[in-house]
Design a protein around this ligand. Structure first.
Ligand code: NAD
Ligand code: HSE
Ligand code: NA
Length: 432
């Protein structure tokens, strides 16, 4: 056991950072024995020193990032956002410090630049907390499965939206109320639109796909739909049809042998109640990985929250500090292939189309003809009468797997037809 401390600089003592600071203090003896040297917090970077921070030694607070980086062996970035986080991480790497971050927005937008800088400087850059919070998913995908051929990743990787949809389903909570509760519980991003509009899940999907497929997946190539359009009626209809609505991240290699390209998408989906993902509640996450040799793998745990996330951050801190105290280096950059990242139009899914229609003869036949016209095969049709005297009915049509482009053509035809009063929802059906 070395007596020379490994010096830790913390940037951003917020929901996650404050728990990291707390656990570094409370667990200092255990962490020291695991690292092989004591860990010493040499400073905490804050925006405004004047604002009191419960549980933090005021003597550690600083707004001088450069001075703090200069005395650190490990920089822990938990501020979020692109800047000044990116500049601080690049300065830390240039100064020879190891870096731990949970910043998926930054890694999805600028990951290659940061990974390559860390490689060139021969320093560690770890980010287990960036995807699925406390769940160890980055190490398995980045290291444990590096010798396998990952075909597909399907999962719930945003805790806020899972909490919101779960509250709407289990307790009939209003969407806005559920979002506010997720914010109060510390699940949501500083701007919760990052969660509910799917940006956070898309960032995580891009990071996971890049590591799993050894292909660069730019954030802009990820198809993204959020949950803000999901209504109580959609939730009720899902329940009626034996499904639950989840925001899913789906990354897959396509074509023969998976060498046709890579497809990465984030969108709400109907998940059958029989699928394990239907039982992921609250801010929990779950990720299924399908690999050639390993087969099917499932990872499950708390995807958000200050303390669960701090667990993942501290695991990375121990890894980096251990390398500093005893030598060694974390995983280096992979060799990246050049498969194309395909647009959503190249994917296919099963769909549920829910619509309000005039309750009169020939409507169903006309609608069926439009699906047939585009080659979209109907699996089931459920019709419910509209209110007394409305002359309307509700149709829920589940299709067999169909190319996105064919379903888009059907929707265009339905929208311009007098056989349809209103298209209420279009949801992909996943997990069957
Ligand atoms: N909250 C979670 O459950 C969770 C889980 C996984 C990953 N993350 C990620 O961890 C990071 C932090 O998330 P959080 O929930 O703790 O956020 P937060 O908003 O609670 O905390 C951010 C902290 O950084 C400080 N900060 C922000 N911008 C700053 C700036 N320009 N200069 C100085 N200080 C600044 C804030 O004052 C605050 O103390 C984000 O990248 C987030 O995406 C959060
Ligand atoms: N806001 C994010 C935090 C965890 O990354 C979520 O809800 O999943
Ligand atoms: Na994680």
């Amino acid at each position: 056991m070395s007596d020379t401390p490994v010096k830790i600089a913390l940037f951003g003592p917020g929901t996650v950072g404050s728990q990291v600071a707390r656990l570094l203090t409370e667990q200092s003896a255990d962490l020291a024995s695991r690292v092989g040297a004591p860990l010493e917090v040499v400073g905490v970077y804050v925006r405004d020193i004047g604002k009191d921070r419960v549980g933090l030694d005021p003597a550690l607070l600083t707004d001088d990032a450069d001075a703090l980086i200069a005395k650190a062996d490990v920089v822990v970035e938990l501020m979020g956002g692109i800047e000044p986080a990116k500049s601080i991480i690049l300065k830390a790497i240039a100064a020879g410090a190891g870096v731990v971050t949970a910043n998926k927005a930054l890694l999805a937008a600028h990951g290659p630049e940061l990974y390559e800088a860390a490689d060139a400087a021969n320093v560690d850059l770890y980010f287990e907390a960036a995807v699925a919070g406390a769940i160890p998913i980055i190490r398995p995908v980045r290291e444990s499965l590096a010798g396998d051929h990952v075909r597909r990743i399907l999962g719930i990787v945003n805790g806020t939206t899972n909490y919101v949809l779960d509250e709407m389903t289990a307790r009939g909570l209003d969407y806005e109320v559920a979002v506010k509760q997720a914010q109060d519980l510390g699940y949501a991003e500083a701007d919760p639109s990052a969660d509910v509009d799917g940006f956070d899940a898309a960032a995580k999907a891009a990071i996971l796909a890049s590591l799993a497929f050894h292909q660069r997946v730019p954030l802009g190539d990820v198809y993204r739909e959020g949950i803000s359009a999901i209504t109580a009626a959609d939730v009720a209809a899902a329940t009626d049809s034996g499904h639950v609505i989840k925001l899913l991240a789906i990354a897959e290699r396509t074509g023969e042998g998976g060498d046709g390209g890579v497809s990465v998408r984030v969108h709400p989906a109907l998940v059958p109640l029989s699928h394990p993902l239907a039982s992921v509640h609250g801010a929990y996450n779950a990720v299924f990985v399908e690999a050639e040799a390993a087969g099917d793998l499932m990872f499950y745990g708390q995807g958000a929250g200050g303390t669960p996330t701090a667990s993942a951050v501290l695991g990375d801190v121990v890894s980096v500090a251990r390398h500093i105290a005893r030598g060694g280096r974390g995983p280096r950059e992979s060799h990246y292939g050049d498969l194309p990242v395909l647009p959503i139009s190249a994917s296919s899914s099963r769909f549920q189309l829910r619509m309000t229609v005039p309750d009169r003869p020939g409507v169903l036949a006309a609608i069926a003809a439009m699906l047939a016209q585009s080659g979209v095969s109907i699996e089931t049709v459920r019709q419910q009468a509209g209110g007394v005297g409305t002359g309307l009915a509700t149709l829920a049509i589940a299709t067999h797997r169909a190319p996105e482009s064919d379903v888009t053509a059907v929707l265009d035809a339905l929208r311009s037809s007098d056989a349809v009063t209103e298209i209420r929802s279009v949801l992909r059906i996943e997990g069957e």
